[in-house]
Design a protein around this ligand. Structure first.
Ligand code: NAD
Length: 431
């Protein structure tokens, strides 16, 4: 099939590349000329494991193209995906300006019947908005489908190529058939394609993300209580997860959820509720707990040291989670700003996110070339992102490098007993 993907961010680039991998002829379009120029010469602007190799292979096979010209991409496509950003608006609602601008540009470019697919995360009712926007300028027939994306950064290729499920919202039989054909190669493991109306599809995405955020905040509340009553949340987590009704995923306590999706999607769902006269009380609490949790390492450090001025702190991990360079709403940002605000010096290291981090901190922090270099002369170490290479450090070397052996482990990756044996003062979350 001939496909166009509008927006070459984390979602658009992965979707475009994976759709090309299954044999389609894909043209990705973006308004960012610099990004498109880089992509045309094979440079991938984001870090996503495996993406560069797959992109090169499909470019070489001439199944994957990049352009800034919408007509070139959407004019001849049978399916056009909208994968532009939907950032948080002023009142917490999703800002739809990019989606609607893309819809209008697509509408003007259409030359024959086309399925226009909303892949961006958009509030309930947006498919109707997009249909209306396109119909004002398009001269041909088209259908609008809602097909929310569930990929996780860091495992995006695997998630797109072998999704747990594909959600397709449409009331058009014609569009449903085309979408079924397009996704058939990705559901060979019998994972389902779930067909539904557009509003239910749009709601499914927000409900799923809000549920995951709720599990995280719930466990963070339990962790905070564990600290007060002298229980270890890591035992509690295992005891809970073994119950099949609960399960293990998303029960890890930590320093709060971040990233480009959970924070804004929870807020957008709350805003949708409010628009319809419904306060989503659980989600308000989820947000409150998350805000507290993002401050918890700083709170622990203040309690331990009293004063942070003129102290030096090592921070391991900047990205909001491992295997990505995405720092949107990353807990590291709040922690580092907090430390700097108290007059401390910060030496940080992340395997891939240092370049992105410069946009946040400029030259206010030191970007160390390795995790050990970051620890040199540090009064304490903060473990912020649980990259696997941080999990089993040489503790003797680490201790000899640090000024004082204090560790704030925001992801509970180290064993408290071992840390004490190694001579560290150790603080985890909920233990
Ligand atoms: P992103 O910010 O990384 O990329 C968006 C891209 O769209 C940018 O390159 C931007 O230049 C481009 N763009 C904006 N307007 C355009 C236009 N009119 N024409 C062409 N290009 C345009 O965004 P992202 O993280 O890929 O997210 C995209 C959507 O997918 C969002 O709605 C997000 O909530 C959703 N989503 C994201 C993830 C994720 O893990 N990042 C997962 C699932 C769903």
């Amino acid at each position: 099939m001939k496909i166009a993907v509008v927006g070459t961010g984390y979602v658009g680039l992965v979707a475009g590349t994976c759709l090309a991998e299954s044999g389609n002829d894909v043209t990705c379009v973006d308004v960012d000329e610099q990004k498109i120029r880089a992509l045309q010469s094979g440079v991938v602007p984001i870090y996503e494991p495996g993406l560069e190799e797959l992109l090169h292979r499909n470019m070489k096979a001439r199944r994957l193209h990049f352009t800034t010209r919408m007509e070139e991409a959407a004019g001849t496509a049978q399916v056009v995906f909208i994968a532009v950003g939907t950032p948080q608006g002023e009142s917490g609602d999703a800002d739809l300006q990019y989606v609607l601008a893309a819809a209008e540009q697509i509408g003007r470019a259409l030359r024959q019947y086309t399925v226009v697919v909303d892949k961006s995360t958009v509030p309930v009712g947006t498919a109707d908005n997009v249909r209306e926007t396109i119909s004002q300028v398009a001269k041909v027939e088209f259908d609008v489908v809602s097909n929310p994306e569930f990929l996780k950064e860091g495992a995006a290729l695997e998630d797109f190529l072998k999704p747990d499920r594909v959600v397709i919202g449409t009331d058009s039989e014609r569009a449903r058939r085309i979408m079924g054909q397009l996704y058939a190669p990705f559901v060979r493991t019998e994972n389902p394609i779930l067909y539904m109306d557009t509003r239910s599809a749009e709601m499914t995405k927000y409900a799923a993300n809000a549920m995951l955020a709720t599990r995280i905040s719930f466990m963070n509340d339990i962790a905070a209580l564990c600290e007060k009553v002298g229980a270890d949340v890591e035992f509690v987590r295992k005891g809970m997860g073994a119950d099949r009704r609960i399960g293990y995923p998303f029960l890890h306590p930590g320093i709060g959820y971040g990233g480009s999706c959970f924070p804004k999607d929870v807020k957008a769902l709350v805003a949708t509720g409010r628009e319809h006269g419904l306060e989503l009380d659980i989600l308000h609490a989820v947000e409150r707990t998350n805000a507290r949790q993002k401050r918890c390492l700083l709170t622990k450090a203040l309690r331990h040291f009293g004063e942070l001025a003129d102290k030096t702190f090592a921070v391991w991990g900047l990205a909001f989670k491992p295997k990505t360079d995405d720092m949107r709403e990353a807990p590291s940002v709040e922690l580092i700003e907090g430390l700097l605000g108290k007059g401390a010096k910060v030496q940080c290291h992340d395997p891939v996110a240092a370049k992105v981090a410069q946009r946040y901190f400029g030259n206010r922090v030191l970007y160390a070339p390795s995790n050990y270099a970051a620890a040199e002369g540090a009064d304490a170490l903060f473990l912020v992102t649980e990259w696997s290479e941080f999990r089993r450090p040489d503790f003797k070397r680490l201790k000899s490098l640090m000024k004082s052996p204090v560790v704030f482990d925001g992801r509970n990756v180290f064993d408290p007993a071992q840390m004490r044996e190694e001579g560290f003062t150790y603080f985890g979350v909920g233990r």
